[in-house]
Ligand binder design. Sequence first.
Ligand code: PLP
Length: 387
Amino acid sequence: MKDNTKLIAAGRPHGRRAHPVNPPVERASTILFPTYDDYLEGAKSITYGRLGTSSHRALEEAVTALEGGFETRLACSGLQACNIAILSFVSAGDHILMTDSAYDPTRKFCENFLRRFGVETTFYDPLATKDEVTELMRPNTKVIFAESPGSLTFEVQDIPALAEAAHENGAVLLVDNTWGAGYFYKPISLGADVSIQAATKYLSGHSDCLVGTITSADEKSARKIYYGLLQLGSNVSADDAYLTLRGMRTLASRLKSHQENGLALAKWLSKRSEVDRILHPAIKGCPGHATWKRDFTGASGLFSVVLKPVPLPALKMFFNTLKLFAIGFSWGGYESLCLHTAPEKHRTATKWDEQGHVLRFHAGLEDIGDLQNDLENAFTAMAMRLE
Ligand SMILES: Cc1ncc(COP(=O)(O)O)c(C=O)c1O
């Protein structure tokens, strides 16, 4: 089955009796077993609301089909999915290698929280080769964490090389796969042990719920993730699991439009005199573009641009003139967004020394002409503020 068919068929109710198209929302804490035998049988599947109901199982099944993994488990946010995945593989005294371009709260979890429990983190250049990463490995390195492309600056990582470096040295490779959404990118097929998504973004796709997914490549990793989530008491509401699965039904069509609008905007912006550099994995010259071409089948709608230096009041005028692009932290919904970011604040292994402001754009599903007009008006207002 092709991915666009899997997205329609996976996790659907089935059987001979009449049933709705979508799996119903099954909200529960207590699950009742009519007989002792049912209780024994139930213990193998659905036992207690915290461990998930049929609503959660349906979403897990669909994500596993999309990611091409062994099993998926849900977390209550993308951040929790990243953090519990890491926690499931480390103990006191262990060491982690984390990409310097990781989503900042994931980075902070390692720098602050894990440090208190005796787990050390070294950050590595997202564009590092296998040898460069291998050189940073220690006998106690248990996890290599990658995010491809990276947050804010969109470096595409060499996942097959990182997987080799991890496996040759007894570690696992965990990949934050939120940007590719499991549709344009399959880290497990490239050697990753675990693929993680903030389903808050493209999978749910409507900016109205928070969910994380953790897909394991094999049973050994799946057991660790299962016990990590179980013992930390994580739970996703059945309503959010339902919304995420409903969002996934249209993922293929939405991503196609996000891709088209994202590329059109990036190309349009690249011709603007106000713009210095485009950071979009599918555009030639962007860091890791050749790797994107080799490993991805498409590009989602999130990218950054570096502006030529302008004073802050002019930038404020740009933002305050925008009507369709809203200022917002998340992404992956149907709406366009623009965010002023500061990559230099979130790196230690690499240096960010661009002088201009960095704007992260999310290309939504609006008409491309309307989006370009919105930006044109904002650039005009910015120029008037500069005069
Ligand atoms: C790449 C990436 N990973 C993880 C997360 C965390 O997701 P959530 O907001 O659902 O916790 C985000 C959120 O912006 C993200 O951009």
